[in-house]
Design a protein around this ligand. Structure first.
Ligand code: AMP
Length: 278
């Protein structure tokens, strides 16, 4: 892989820049980057312009926060391999998601119940959570301390000198949608966490039916449909091995430990899921 290293930014102090948009106090959108100080103002402007420009401006409060990262605490990691399973409809997609979760080590009943939970809304009263649920992979018991907020994976990004190259390679593979790289980075951090068995995700964006299952052995496995277009339910579930780590330590790692990705995994061509895979 060819890589351009810009030495002046390599040693510069890094900042975590996080944007959050709300409407009447309800979370609408969030995005984040880790960049050198020299890029902070441009990134703030890019992240803000996502929610304050365009026809459908719906946020009434947008904030952006930049915070210096302790470079000694920063971990470097590789992004997971990418595969895409084509399914005929969302019902098949959900069945595939449950199979991929059990292949990763989630109990099969727990996997089916988890898919059902996201379909119904994992927050109190069937609402969409702001972050992810944490679920015991063996029993299905929910472990996050706040079932409405959940846990927010944060402080992860692609190294700035790799971003263009990764975006170009994803674009050439037909995966140029901004959501793909963002979800890949998030999944990369989640499955790097001690005690995590797998992640299940689909968006609450009614126009975006693609979702994924991620685990360390099989990487980031996109599923072409996990909900019908127009459906506003979505969410994330992080499955954990029972008793591996305290939930406080896990939450702290996911929310606060900075992780930078400096290599992209293999991009597999899209394929149909056939029973018996794996
Ligand atoms: P999105 O892919 O941004 O549409 O998010 C889908 C769902 O994943 C949201 O409804 C949240 O429940 C959850 N989520 C979004 N961002 C995060 C995050 N950073 N950490 C954990 N869960 C998240």
């Amino acid at each position: 892989m060819s890589r351009v290293i810009i030495s002046s930014t390599m040693d510069a102090p890094l900042f975590s820049v996080r944007m959050r948009a709300t409407l009447r106090g309800r979370h609408l959108a969030g995005a984040e980057r880790i960049v050198p100080l020299s890029d902070v103002s441009q990134v703030v402007s890019d992240l803000m312009s996502r929610v304050v420009t365009g026809a459908d401006v719906v946020a009434d409060d947008v904030s952006c926060h930049a915070e210096r990262i302790d470079s000694d605490a920063l971990s470097h990691a590789n992004l997971p391999d990418i595969s895409t399973w084509q399914v005929s409809d969302f019902q098949e997609g959900r069945a595939v998601a449950a199979q991929l979760l059990s292949r990763a080590g989630v109990d099969p009943d727990v996997a089916s119940r988890a898919v059902q939970l996201l379909a119904e809304g994992a927050g109190p009263g069937g609402t969409v959570m702001r972050g992810a649920a944490i679920m015991d992979a063996a029993t299905g018991v929910r472990l996050e301390s706040d079932p409405s907020r959940g846990v927010r994976a944060s402080r992860m990004d692609v190294a700035i000198e790799c971003r263009r190259d990764f975006e170009a390679r994803l674009h050439r593979a037909g995966l140029g949608h901004r959501r793909v790289l963002e979800a890949l980075v998030l999944a990369g951090k989640v499955i790097s966490a001690p005690g995590i068995v797998a992640e299940l995700c689909w968006s609450d964006d009614p126009e975006y039916p693609v979702g994924y299952v991620a685990d360390r052995a099989h990487g980031y496995q996109r599923i072409s449909e996990l909900k019908p277009v127009g459906n506003p339910h979505g969410g994330r579930i992080f499955f954990v091995k029972p008793g591996t780590l305290s939930i406080i330590e896990l939450t702290n790692y996911l929310e606060r430990h900075p992780v930078m990705f400096d290599s992209l995994g293999k991009i597999n061509p899209a394929a149909r899921w056939e029973p018996g895979h794996g």
